[in-house]
Structures are given as C-alpha cells and as structure tokens.
Design a binder for this molecule. Structure first.
Ligand code: GAL
Length: 374
C-alpha cells in the first residue's frame, strides 16, 4: 500500500504542477513516464499462473517468484486452477493489495479486459506471460516463445519421420499416410499460432493426398482441446479411431502439447497400438514434460518441443524489473503479436525439437537429471 500511496501522492503533486491539466498520470502512455514517480526496487509483484496440473506452470511460477525476490521484490504467486473466475479474482486481489506489477499467464486470453482496466486505473503495469492477453490496451509487454515456430517444428517432424520430402500429387500409394490433427485450447491465443505453424508445413501434403485425415476433421475448431486437457484428447482420439479406422492404421498424430499427447497415446494403446507388430504412430508434443520425455525414451511418444521455461521466467523478470526501475525492457518482436487493441511489444525465445536422439540435450542443459530420465 505504501507504494501506491506514494504513487497517488506523486500524481497529485504532478497534477497540481500541471495546473492547466495538460495530462493526468493515468493518461500517460503505458510503459512510459506514468511509472516513473516511484521507479525503483521494492514492493510486491503479482504472478498469476493458470494451473498446477502441468509441471511447466509450477516451474514457471516458482522460477519467477525466486528471481523477483533476488531482484529485490516480494512475490505473490497465485494459481487459478484453470478457472477463469478464480484468475480474475486473484488479479483483483493483487490490485487491491497495491502490487506494483502483474505478470499473467491467462487461462482465457479474452477474459481479463475488465480486471486489467482496474489495473490500469491503479497504474499497475502488466506483462503477458507465454500466452498473449487479448482485447485490451492494458498490457504492456509480452514474453513468450516463437509460437508459430513450435507448430512448424511439430509439422516438419511428422514430414521427416514419414519420409515426405516434397509435395507430389502423383506419389505412389506407399508414400501416402494417414494423420489425425489436434489443437490446443480454443481460448488460448497460442493455439492458433501452433496450429498455423504446423498446418503451414502439413497442408501442401494434405492437398496432394500424401497425407490423409480419414476423420476429415481438418479445421482448427474441429480439433481444439478445451484447457489442453489430456482426458478430453483421449476421448476424441478413441472416437476418431473407432469411427474412421476400422482395420486401417493411423500413421501420425499432430499433438500440440505433451499432456494431450499422453491422452492420445492412451487411446492408441487401448485400440491395440504399441506392440512390435502394431507400433504406435508418430506423435508430437510440446513442453518436454518429464512424463513425455520418459515416454520418448521408452519409444512411445515420438517428439516434443523443448521450451526452456527457466529462460522465459528470466526474461519476464528482466522485463518487469526494467519497467519498475524506469528502464526500457528488451524486446525482439514489435510486429507479430496484435491483441486486437494494440501490437504488444514482445520478447520471443527459440523452441527446440527433441526426440529420442537428442534427449541428452535436456540433461546437458540441466533441465532434467540423468536419473530422472531413466
Ligand atoms: C500453452 C503453452 C504451452 C503449453 C500449453 C498447455 O499456452 O504455450 O507450452 O504449456 O499452454 O499448458
């Protein structure tokens, strides 16, 4: 509260000095001088994460909280249990408590407009973490990975594994393969980037018939998985197999996230895949979660996309610290992330494809120990 009071007082002084009403503190550009009056270390940063049901968000939150503390701030870390109303209430609470900065990985990217108007009124800057917050001017910076690249890595991996080198409408029958497509949560802005990246690589082969989606579910809205839920994906895969495959095999499954891949693999195993005579198809993933990396080592899931969340947390903390101390945060993309109200300046990190051949990378990087992957 002390910080907020100081800020309000500083605004009052400034307003008096500008007696003619040239501007008000609340109307200055976000990320600009309206944060200057009490620029400096100290105070609390609110970190709103979506769910503890995935390892990555637990690590993201913990890493950020630790690093903010090291940088001289207190951290208030909250998880929304994948319920939009929880996350909104948690952010409201952070605003009421006078936190100086919000770092938010949105459950539903479009559901925070109202609460972030309140944050703006209280002069609290906002960093959108991993997932872009949509439909509001009141988001200052975005820290994420190159999300379209994630999808490209998944799509390209499938092509490579199936030996598809170039689109060819006259390809022989043994160069034609079946595939089913999964997308992420429809309320997560990343979903369309992953999908577009993957489909950019796969679509030419769908056109030539070298890749065939027997279910005909080739549109993103037919393939989405609410809240990235593995159980939901499992049910859909059960259904796709029983309605469309009969005695035919599915050769590849585009999965955007490890939790979804696990569900897909369970459905495949229930349908008899996963034996020497009836091997599992190529199944992609994302996040290099421990269970999936182990599954890759065991020869079940085929690939994942490693996004070093420690680096992402570090980037977000650097951005936040810069904003709070009156410096300009480092960004490397000012064109691609339009949230419907503004193009949000972003820092994007590079994702890396991982399969059985390079899981050692995760050990070398210190992401997992050798023992964990046994
Ligand atoms: C996305 C994120 C992915 C994955 C997914 C499910 O927003 O970019 O890395 O974690 O959520 O949690």
């Amino acid at each position: 509260m002390r910080t907020r009071r100081r800020r309000v007082a500083a605004c009052a002084v400034l307003a008096a000095a500008l007696a003619a009403g040239l501007t008000s503190c609340g109307q200055e550009a976000r990320g600009g001088s309206r944060y200057q009056p009490d620029a400096g270390k100290g105070g609390t940063v609110g970190i709103a994460m979506p769910t503890k049901s995935s390892e990555r968000w637990i690590a993201d939150g913990k890493n950020m909280a630790e690093q903010f503390r090291k940088a001289g701030y207190k951290a208030d870390l909250q998880y929304g249990d994948d319920k939009v109303e929880n996350q909104v209430a948690q952010i409201e609470n952070m605003i009421t408590k006078g936190h100086r900065l919000l770092v938010v990985a949105a459950i539903d990217g479009s559901a925070l407009t109202h609460v972030l108007t309140r944050a703006a009124e209280a002069h609290i800057p906002v960093i959108s973490y991993d997932r872009l917050i949509l439909g509001t001017e009141n988001v200052d910076y975005y820290a994420s990975f190159d999300n379209e690249r994630v999808g490209e890595l998944q799509g390209q991996y499938i092509l490579d594994r199936l030996g598809l080198k170039k689109p060819d409408a006259d390809a022989a029958d043994d160069e034609r393969h079946t595939i089913e497509l999964f997308a992420g949560s429809p309320d997560d802005n990343n979903t369309k980037y992953f999908w577009n990246g993957a489909m950019k690589t796969l679509r030419p082969y769908l056109r030539t018939g070298q890749l065939v989606v027997r279910s005909k579910q080739t549109k993103m809205n037919q393939a989405t998985t609410l809240r990235w839920d593995g159980g939901t994906a499992q049910k859909r895969m059960d259904d796709l197999l029983s309605k469309n495959y009969g005695s035919a095999d599915v050769d590849a499954v585009l999965s955007p996230y490890d939790g979804i891949s696990i569900g897909i693999i369970s459905a495949l195993k229930s349908a008899g895949y996963g034996t020497k005579r009836h091997p599992l198809p190529v199944v992609t993933g994302q996040d290099a979660e421990l269970a999936s990396v182990k599954s890759i080592v065991a020869g079940e899931q085929t690939q994942t996309v490693f996004k070093d969340t420690r680096k992402l947390a570090k980037q977000a903390v650097q951005m936040g610290d810069a904003v709070l101390t009156g410096k300009k945060p480092e960004v490397n993309n000012t064109t691609d992330y339009d949230n419907g109200k503004k193009v949000v300046p972003a820092y994007l990190l590079k994702p890396v494809s991982v399969d059985k051949k390079n899981t050692q990378l995760l050990i070398d990087e210190g992401y997992f120990t050798k023992e964990q992957l046994r």
